[in-house]
Design a protein around this ligand. Sequence first.
Ligand code: FES
Length: 102
Amino acid sequence: MLSPKYHVFVCTSCRINGTQKGFCHSKGSVDLVQRFMEEIDDKDLTSDVMVTNTGCFGICDKGPVVVIYPEGTWYGNVTEDDVETIVEKHLAEGEKVKELLI
Ligand code: FES
């Protein structure tokens, strides 16, 4: 996959030294990464979507934060239950999940 259709960035509060420590991490964002991978696999979208964990986006009070490119869509307060909705609506159908936009 040289150029995925979508690139999903999930803040896991990664620090420069490699540790994960911060607001999004404390609210279970590492589990969101795993959930995205499972849902993307279930929907047979693995050839179109890349998922990457990241450091802080600077809006911790809205975390866990998920950003999707190429649109540059920012989602906040994302829960594990929201992941299925994001994958179904945004990644499979190209529709933003309005209630999660920040
Ligand atoms: S720790 Fe996730 S936005 Fe700051």
